[in-house]
Design a protein around this ligand. Structure first.
Ligand SMILES: CC(=O)N[C@H]1[C@@H](OP(=O)(O)OP(=O)(O)OC[C@H]2O[C@@H](n3ccc(=O)[nH]c3=O)[C@H](O)[C@@H]2O)O[C@H](CO)[C@@H](O)[C@@H]1O[C@H](C)C(=O)N[C@@H](C)C(=O)N[C@H](CCC(=O)O)C(=O)O
Ligand SMILES: Nc1ncnc2c1ncn2[C@@H]1O[C@H](COP(=O)(O)OP(=O)(O)OP(=O)(O)O)[C@@H](O)[C@H]1O
Ligand SMILES: N[C@H](CCC[C@H](N)C(=O)O)C(=O)O
Ligand SMILES: [Mg+2]
Length: 484
């Protein structure tokens, strides 16, 4: 694609050099630059991408998009200066890959918890309804059946538009994606055309990055502010910030609620560990999910499907056949008759809700033993709150390592214990080794009890000092049961 076409969606302040050159690739990372590429210099949180302009040119870049022009310029390179390269990166990537988001119905899901669940269920549901679909999520990306491993909840703008273009090539009509607050703040989704957006909920997370809850909230809101008039915005009326999210959007607003009047409503008729019987918009349906929060997730899925012009009867029929998403409230039954639940709860709110869901089913008839930790190099303030939520609804808590990343695991656990009083500490064990912690929880459990293993869900690694060691909570549980 020639440079003048490539930059047709942005407003350069200055252009130096030939704009009729052919560009065969674009990237924000100098390490991925090859011959005849455009390098986009982005000022990041760790380094300033402008430092890599020279390296990128040595690797073959023939055009550079930047905010600050370098003093020494190469004669064969075209320099394009813009105000904000973060924003421009998304727009240029979209143009380079043929504006793929305009060729599919793209629905974005944002909020603290529930994004993976909702996006994955929509992908599974629309495939059951007979459509070709794509999915961009924390667990894995999918182009129809083809799995493309995910490093991030939302990929960088280049990878994102590349994957979307592959989905268009594969004939996908619908694409469901998670929009993390990092991705919205870093404009990874700039230039995308959304058919709809969904808001799940907002509670504490990622304050290491956003600094204040207001910044975090407004990062999520920015997604709805940017939705086009043709799109829909579905919001959770039960969440304190549900209406705030959509107050400035141009999209058609619809609400969902399990408590009050809303466009999409539901209530629980019955619930077991195997699933729930629900009434959604006046129709009854059996689903294989538990927990009130999953009623909200299913309502969001139902609402989005209605807005995407599917028939309520077809949606509910497909909904009744869907299974829980990997590592989200996934039950594993022990030979001794207790139930283990593997779940990705890694925020105070998620822990509270998962434990509520477990108690709803247990109905006072068994003990709850919770194994949990907190991630290293992430929001420290959530650590004591997570310990508090765990102890509030558990008979015993075993604090253990999650992904310590570059922190000492014992320091993370000490931060968690800061949230507990002496009586609560007496109900708590600290076992740094996660496998040992899970084993101990299982040895304490009896028939009818529940062992909640929280925090890592689908993850198949434990990240320690920058190295990902193979580790999977479900595998560990099966191994324990086999050796019993
Ligand atoms: C804090 C954060 O979110 N950082 C993300 C951000 O990086 P950054 O802009 O800070 O990059 P940087 O390292 O300062 O580098 C600046 C620029 O120089 C470039 N560079 C750097 C080195 C080099 O040799 N050459 C070069 O060109 C980089 O490619 C970049 O363009 O943009 C990068 C590209 O999109 C991301 O890979 C990176 O994710 C880091 C690794 C990360 O761990 N992010 C997590 C926190 C994250 O994004 N999580 C959310 C979800 C959380 C949730 O689901 O709850 C996610 O969407 O996954
Ligand atoms: N609607 C919800 N409300 C509160 N908690 C939820 C909700 N849905 C899921 N959870 C809890 O949050 C955990 C994470 O769910 P999920 O992976 O769907 O969220 P996510 O928003 O994609 O998270 P991430 O930001 O890490 O990608 C689940 O394992 C469950 O404990
Ligand atoms: N996307 C989230 C996932 C957290 C998962 C948990 N296992 C942890 O490592 O903290 C994050 O990067 O903060
Ligand atoms: Mg997710």
């Amino acid at each position: 694609m020639i440079i003048s076409k490539l930059i047709s969606g942005i407003k350069p302040i200055n252009i130096i050099g030939d704009v009729n050159k052919e560009i065969v690739g674009v990237n924000i990372d100098s390490r991925k630059i090859e011959a005849n590429h455009l390098f986009i210099a982005v000022k990041g949180t760790q380094v300033d991408g402008h430092r890599y302009i020279e390296t990128a040119i040595e690797k073959g870049a023939v055009a550079v998009l930047c905010e600050d022009l370098p003093e020494e310029k190469a004669a064969h390179v075209t320099y394009i200066q813009v105000q904000d390269t973060t924003q421009a990166a998304g727009v240029v990537a979209t143009v380079f890959y043929g504006e793929p988001s305009k060729k599919v119905q793209l629905v974005g899901v944002t909020g603290t918890n529930g994004k993976t669940t909702i996006a994955t269920l929509l992908y599974n549901l629309f495939r059951k309804l007979g459509y070709k679909c794509g999915l961009l999520s924390t667990v894995c990306n999918y182009i129809e059946d083809e799995a493309v491993p995910a490093d991030h909840t939302t990929p960088d703008p280049i990878e994102l538009n590349y994957l979307l273009s592959r989905m268009v090539e594969a004939g996908c009509e619908y694409v469901f994606m998670e929009c993390s607050s990092h991705a919205i703040a870093q404009k990874r989704i700039a230039g995308l055309h959304f058919a709809g957006g969904i808001f799940t909920n907002l509670t504490r997370d990622h304050l290491d990055y956003h600094k204040t809850f207001e910044n975090y909230r407004d990062a999520k809101k920015a997604f709805f502010d940017s939705l086009p008039k043709t799109s829909f915005a579905i919001t959770n009326a039960d969440d304190k910030n549900g209406m705030y999210m959509v107050q400035n959007t141009k999209a058609t607003v619809k609400t969902y609620s399990t408590r009050s009047l809303a466009d999409f409503k539901a209530r629980i008729i019955e619930c077991h560990f195997e699933g729930m019987y629900l009434e959604i918009d006046g129709r009854e349906v059996g689903v294989r999910f538990i927990g009130k929060f999953n009623v909200s997730n299913l309502l969001a899925v139902y609402g989005a499907s209605v807005m995407l012009k599917q028939q309520p009867e077809d949606i509910l029929l497909a909904l009744s056949t869907l299974h829980s998403v990997s590592g989200r409230l996934e039950p594993i039954y022990s030979p001794e008759g207790f139930t283990c639940i593997v779940d990705y709860a890694h925020t105070p709110d998620a822990l509270e809700n998962v434990l509520l869901a477990i108690h709803d089913v247990l109905n006072g008839k068994g003990k709850v033993i919770t194994v949990c930790g907190a991630g290293g190099n992430r929001d420290k303030g959530k650590r004591p709150l997570m310990a508090q939520e765990a102890i509030k609804q558990s008979d015993k808590v075993i604090l253990t390592s999650d992904n310590p990343r570059f922190e000492d695991p014992q320091d993370i656990l000490n931060d968690m214990k800061e949230g507990l009083n002496n009586a609560q500490l007496k109900k708590t064990l600290t076992i740094v080794d996660r496998k040992e912690a899970i084993r101990t929880a299982c040895s304490l459990a009896q028939k009818g009890d529940v062992v909640l293993v929280a925090g890592k869900g689908h993850e198949d690694y434990q990240e320690i000092n920058g190295v990902k060691h193979h580790f999977n909570d479900k595998e560990v549980l099966y191994e324990i049961f086999q050796n019993d």
